[in-house]
Design a protein around this ligand. Structure first.
Ligand code: NAP
Length: 323
């Protein structure tokens, strides 16, 4: 496992981190297998874990808390998130800061996360939605100052809304935010336009989330894929999205080098960008953990392939199903 310096946090984090949403929020999870997968990830050098109170109302955080205790001899970095007070994902431009992140709510949910994670201090606390129009409010900054001065949080970050990578640029300039989490993959290359240059200038840590476009970039979804009722993906992969996403993913298949899987190509594409410090694929099986951590071997994609993949950029804008 290779490591990268996580912006101004100074932490040396694994190029492949661990996305912990699906294991406590999606249907069909085998909890015994998940625990084996998490153990295996530690063994294979993963040291960055991304969770949220919103992933199973604290269930995912509790799983991470137990993992950190079991591996107390290793430095595992925990990143979690504060849900918006109105519990609506993502935020909309007309939502106010008071509706989403009043100071008391930031503090209340940080206390809940501390309990769930069973730690005295959270390495990285992130806002789970964001509107850049909130940049100049003092409310959230006061809460940050209080939690940091009490030693309850080391760094604060923002997880930007799907397909809105620029909806944080002014906030990053306030100096209160040390990291950003953004969707970045073969399709979603738009963080390269404005967000990554600002992160480089300000030495902001960058987490690439949803590396597989929620699954299509693994090449395992088809136009007939059906998700169980109650699984979030059933509401995201509506026919309009599933059909278009599968078409875009299938267009990549002819580019696959011999012996490389679609998932591997998707991760390698992201690792070719030094602006990214860690990728957090969602993983619920030992098999996927082994496959994904193996990709961090220092080998870059061939430049001609990288150029071709760049042409598969697919700019999308939020819709009622994109969430
Ligand atoms: N608003 C936010 O802040 C926000 C939103 C979304 C996600 N996130 C974070 O980002 C993380 C990653 O996003 P995500 O989990 O939604 O989507 P993702 O990482 O793009 O895709 C996850 C899917 O890929 C599958 N997969 C993983 N490795 C594979 C491999 N080697 N071969 C084939 N399939 C593979 C997983 O299967 P299994 O599950 O069966 O292993 C799962 O179905 C989340 O877990 C969460 O931590 C944050």
């Amino acid at each position: 496992m290779q490591h990268r310096k996580f912006g101004r946090t100074g932490w040396s984090i694994s190029e492949i981190g661990y996305g912990m949403w699906g294991l406590a929020g999606w249907k069909g999870t085998d909890q015994t297998e998940v625990l084996k997968a998490l153990d295996m990830s530690v063994e294979l050098g993963c040291n960055f874990y991304d969770t949220a109170w919103g992933y199973g109302a604290g269930a995912s955080e509790q799983i991470l808390g137990r993992l950190m205790k079991q591996h107390a001899d290793k430095r595992l970095y925990c990143a979690t998130k504060i849900p918006p007070k109105n519990f609506k994902w993502p935020s909309k431009a007309h939502y106010t800061l008071e509706e989403c992140f009043p100071a008391a709510h930031i503090i209340e949910y940080t206390e809940k996360s501390l309990t769930n994670l069973n730690v005295d201090c959270i390495d990285l606390q992130q806002f789970h939605v964001w509107e850049d129009s909130w940049a100049h409010h003092d409310e959230w900054k006061k809460a940050i100052e209080k939690l940091k001065s009490e030693g309850k949080v080391k760094h604060f970050g923002i997880s930007v809304n799907r397909w809105e990578p620029d909806n944080v640029l002014t906030t990053l300039r306030t100096g209160f935010i040390d990291t950003v989490q953004v969707i970045y993959n073969i399709f979603d290359q738009n963080p390269e336009d404005n967000l990554f240059p600002v992160c480089r200038e300000l030495n902001i840590g960058v987490i690439a989330r949803v590396p597989f476009d929620e699954g299509t970039l693994t090449g395992t979804l088809t136009k007939s894929t059906v998700f169980p009722a109650g699984d979030w993906r059933a509401t995201y992969f509506v026919p309009e999205n599933l059909n278009a996403s599968v078409d875009h993913a299938e267009a990549l298949r002819p580019l696959l080098p011999a012996g490389m899987s679609m998932a591997e190509m998707a991760l390698r594409f992201i690792l070719c960008n030094d602006e990214v410090h860690t990728i957090i694929p969602g993983m619920r099986s030992v098999k996927n953990v082994i496959a994904n951590t193996r990709v961090s071997d220092g080998q870059r994609l061939e430049s001609t392939l990288l150029k071709k993949l760049k042409q598969h950029r697919w700019d999308r804008t939020p819709t009622e199903w994109s969430q």
